[in-house]
Design a protein around this ligand. Sequence first.
Ligand code: NAD
Ligand code: WQD
Length: 354
Amino acid sequence: MSRTVLVTGGTGYIGSFTTLELILAGYDVVVIDNLYNSSEEALNRIQLISGKRPTFYNVDVTDAKQLEEVFEKHPGIDSVIHFAALKAVGESSEIPTEYYRVNVGGTITLINAMQKHNVKNIVFSSSATVYGDATKHEGMIPIPEHCPIGPTNPYGRTKMMIEMVIQDHCEANPGWNGALLRYFNPAGAHPTGIMGEDPLGIPYNLFPLLGQVAVGRREDIKIFGDDYDSHDGTAIRDYIHVIDLAKGHIAALARLRATNPGCRAWNLGTGLGSTVFDIVKGFEKTVGRKLKYQVVGRRKGDVLNLTAVPKRANEELGWSAEITLEETCRDLWKWVSNNPQGYRQQPPQELVAD
Ligand code: NAD
Ligand code: WQD
């Protein structure tokens, strides 16, 4: 059986780490990305670590013709891991139709191309954001997969719709398999300091922002609310190391190939909740100094608690998160301190020589 995997959005943060793990697990990987929020330098870094460079095409996932050409050139592709998407929650309320076009439209275009080329396994980047505010539902914190879904912004609704599209397509087409992977909060970098998150615009997530404060690219961080019902008043999230998350995709892919399960959702999280202050303090400890912050009001759309019950993934995929929060902070620090400008600079020679 062929072992070629097509990875859409494979130069992005989670896509590049998953491409690396696929290569390390012995798969051939074809990456497509339109470089909207990433750079080809990620491929150099994958090669530095693994010794192998994935095949790459600058392709837009909404372009049926370009997609078809990739499948035609690589008849060995038998599975797709689909990351390519727009992901800025705030922006999705400003330009919702663009989010529906790229995220939902792109997935439909991809599924149609897969259908034409008889490729029937899709692993999809969903998000814990599909649950919305799970505190509204009795007994649903931490959050199991059967928690009712109800996203609170257009970005989250694109993820919910795509889940439905994949579910319906798998039901209509026996032999198709879909893994809906609901990520909690991905964080961290490669322990070598060679690969990490390098958003092209201004980041809005806690970890990359803290990294920028630590290297002096940003004066301070705003803490969005200290009046939540938690031990220190700040909101609770389930931060999962990006390498653990990437390995979850390999496990899901193996499950689809081995058991032909149709469509199924799995939470990918650690099961452990941390507050914003827990993270700030943990990262300060790693960096060895205080980081400047100021508490401001709650951010619109934020919820108190997004923590996973990862039991289904533990049991069915034989996967669990293993990397500690302390290691996540350490890896982020190594990445940002060695690459303060991200992929817009060469990797430090001492890292390459290691
Ligand atoms: P990212 O922006 O780093 O990666 C997405 C990649 O998709 C980028 O490389 C971008 O250039 C590419 N892309 C965007 N539009 C495209 C198009 N039309 N055609 C081809 N490529 C396109 O983001 P990420 O954090 O790695 O997220 C990957 C996936 O995981 C996304 O689907 C995202 O919604 C989902 N997700 C992310 C998080 C998170 O916190 N990072 C959490 C849950 C789910
Ligand atoms: C984490 C915590 C903030 C920034 C988002 C998306 C979600 C998913 C993951 C894609 C929250 C607080 C943050 C800051 C802060 N992405 N915070 N100051 O909001 O849990 O999830 O990314 O699917 O859809 O919504 O992640 O990192 O933005 O925030 O105080 O400057 O840190 O309020 O409590 P979030 P985050």
